[in-house]
Design a protein around this ligand. Structure first.
Ligand code: ADP
Length: 621
């Protein structure tokens, strides 16, 4: 294709879908298109200001970083111009022709087509540039990349395709002209425009001017970095708008944390925790969303671990006084100051979470549901402040109702006299855990058990072994003697109980012979009440669910044999004690224990044959 001709490109499928949504505008509030375009313009200025520290020639042609909004009533056009970094031909095609955000695909497949249902979803996603098609039936972008001598023009009517061609006389930066729809003429009123800028973009640290038909320019924002202002001078509304800008997310911040650290380490941080769960929280190529500034100059938001992965729900900025301005992204990662800032931020966030949890348990529950599984990842990290994280953790337990959580301190406060350990059970679904036979004996004795359903739970319980001296212990461990915990059953053994014990020992040995190497051992337990059997593992052995997970991931070759625990008081166990023909019953009991634990049964055909024969017998009786 020749250098000067107009090229026609197709939008990729994802963009087309998003454009459809925009054109049939699901947003009730169209004003936000301006916020999105200003936000992009500000990011572009930020990027160039950083580059110009080491390459000043890039910004020499126009040393001012500024954003202007020109309302042209005569031609029905609104133009937003910035003197930022600009885009070259390939970037125009890539940035305005595809959507690079991780999680876009998932987002789009979740849309139902019913605008009422989709609205909150779209609100969460944030569509940036494409929102201009809510108010325009044609959009022209002219951009020249800093340092390039050529500019390019991108144009589209928002239907399937866009064109790209060389632009004459383009200045550094980007200018976006919206050919307004008939019902969007209100956006040519300069008073209205200034009002929108003030409402949504006051925090932008570059000057934003609105220029009317007569050419009068008026500054529309305060043009100072919001985070440098005193807390008392910032309204909730302004914090919220800043959050929308840095987080690219239109929900309300659940938590706003604005701090100035003084002394050895000097930095300002303005961090937010979203109230909605971002789409890419568990996506492999998700980005960290805390931007680094040095003395108010944006440095980077990529490849920098300002917050640890287990706090990747944080959004916002950190502005350091101590780091050198000309620090390169490559050397940044190894700068020891960065690690100190990170530790300091982690401490602040955790102590704020603790405060929030104590002040408003229900509100904290909302945070926990969104991000608890992420925060718990920190429990697996050796360098993380484990006890502080555990203090911020909340759990569902056998003593809490569906929607309620308990803290570990509250759990410890409810421990039975003689109980030394914090009991837990892990599994996929809460309902299945609540119904698990493993809990029967605990429930009977009023001993509380934490019910853990996140994947990360299988891991951290092996690493974070105790909380304030109380060890975590899975209820599936074979060595738990509940009567010892509660001090029951301490009476002397009678001659009858001694023969009973001998019978049960003989039965255990029999069962072991029948099941062979399918079980590690067979033992009597006081953990069960209404169930006859359950599976257990030795202290120190791998938890049943973790083992299954590792097998699925092919990180383990084969499963280990489990311990079968039997309930000596159960009618079936009593009925088979001392009997001869018990093989079928034993196999059925064993398979039943496996099913309850979510394990596959050993031989489905044999299982069905046995079950069928028992059903037939009981029907004939
Ligand atoms: P987002 O801003 O969420 O990444 P957008 O669709 O708004 O998504 O923009 C896509 C990309 O286009 C941006 O990430 C940026 O690289 C580029 N871009 C948009 N507007 C500008 C601008 N005014 N100057 C330079 N680049 C821009």
């Amino acid at each position: 294709m020749s250098e000067n001709s107009k090229e026609l490109h197709q939008f990729n499928a994802q963009v087309s879908k998003v454009l459809q949504l925009m054109i049939h505008s699901l947003y009730t509030n169209k004003d936000i298109f301006l916020r999105e375009l200003i936000s992009n313009a500000s990011d572009a200025c930020d990027k160039l200001r950083h580059l110009a520290i080491t390459r000043p020639e890039l910004a020499k042609d126009q040393p001012e970083f500024a954003i202007t909004i020109v309302a042209d009533k005569k031609n029905n056009r609104l133009t937003i111009t910035d003197s930022g970094i600009g885009m070259d031909r390939d970037e125009l095609i890539a940035n305005l022709g595809t959507i690079a955000k991780s999680g876009t695909q998932e987002f789009l497949t979740q849309l139902s087509g019913d605008s009422k249902k989709d609205m909150p979803l779209i609100g969460q996603f944030g569509v940036g540039f494409y929102s201009s098609f809510m108010v325009a039936d044609k959009v022209t972008v002219i951009s020249a990349k800093a340092g390039d001598d050529k500019g390019w023009q991108w144009e589209s009517e928002g239907t399937g395709e866009f064109t790209i061609e060389p632009a004459q006389d383009a200045r550094r930066g980007t200018s976006i002209t919206l050919h307004l729809k008939d019902d969007a003429k209100e956006y040519l009123d300069s008073f209205r425009l200034r009002h929108i800028v003030q409402a949504y973009s006051d925090h932008i640290s570059f000057p934003i001017s609105v220029i009317d038909d007569e050419g009068n320019a008026e500054l529309a924002n305060s043009a100072s970095a919001l985070w440098m202002r005193q807390k008392s001078e910032i309204t909730q509304e302004q914090y919220k708008e800043f959050y929308h800008h840095v987080a690219h997310s239109p929900d309300e911040p659940w938590l706003t944390l604005h701090n100035k650290a003084k002394g050895k380490l000097e930095y300002t941080s303005l961090l937010f925790i979203p109230s909605l769960k971002p789409f890419d929280l568990f996506h492999p190529d998700r980005k960290r969303r805390v931007k680094l500034y040095v003395k108010r100059v944006f440095i980077t938001d990529e490849n920098v671990d300002l917050v640890p992965a287990y706090m990747r729900f944080l959004r916002g900025i950190v502005d350091s006084q101590d780091l050198p301005l000309n620090i390169s992204r490559e050397t940044l990662q190894h700068n020891p100051l960065l690690g100190k800032i990170r530790d300091s931020l982690v401490g602040r966030v955790l102590s704020e979470l603790k405060k929030k949890a104590e002040a408003d348990a229900a509100g904290y529950g909302a945070f926990w549901k969104n991000f608890g599984a992420v925060l718990k990842e920190g429990l697996c990290e050796a360098a993380a402040p484990r006890e502080q994280i555990l203090e911020a953790c909340r759990f569902t337990s056998s003593a809490t109702l569906e929607e309620h959580f308990t803290s570990l301190d509250a759990y410890v406060g409810r421990m039975k006299p003689g109980q030394e350990e914090i009991y837990y059970l892990t599994g996929e679904r809460l309902e299945a855990l609540r119904a698990s036979p493993q809990l029967e004996g605990f429930a009977k004795r009023g001993i509380e058990v934490l019910l853990l359903t996140d994947h990360v739970d299988d891991f951290w319980v092996n690493v974070a072994t105790d909380y304030k001296g109380k060890k975590f212990k899975s209820v599936t461990r074979a060595d738990i003697k509940l009567d010892d915990v509660t001090g029951e059953n301490k009476e002397e053994a009678t001659p009858e109980s001694k023969t009973e014990d001998a019978d049960i020992s003989a039965l255990c040995a029999r069962i072991k012979t029948i099941l062979g190497d399918k079980v590690k051992d067979v033992r009597a337990t006081d953990k069960l009440t209404t169930s006859a059997v359950c599976l257990a593992v030795e202290e120190g052995a791998m938890d049943i669910r973790l083992e299954r997970f590792l097998l699925e991931q092919k990180q383990l070759q084969s499963a280990t044999a489990k311990i079968l625990e039997i309930n000596p008081a159960h009618s079936i166990i009593r009925a088979i004690t001392g009997k001869e023909e018990i093989d079928d019953v034993v196999w059925l009991l064993f398979d039943q224990a496996r099913i309850l634990e979510g394990e596959e049964i050993t031989d489905p055909a044999a299982f069905t044959r046995r079950l069928q024969s028992f059903v037939e017998k009981s029907l004939a009786a």
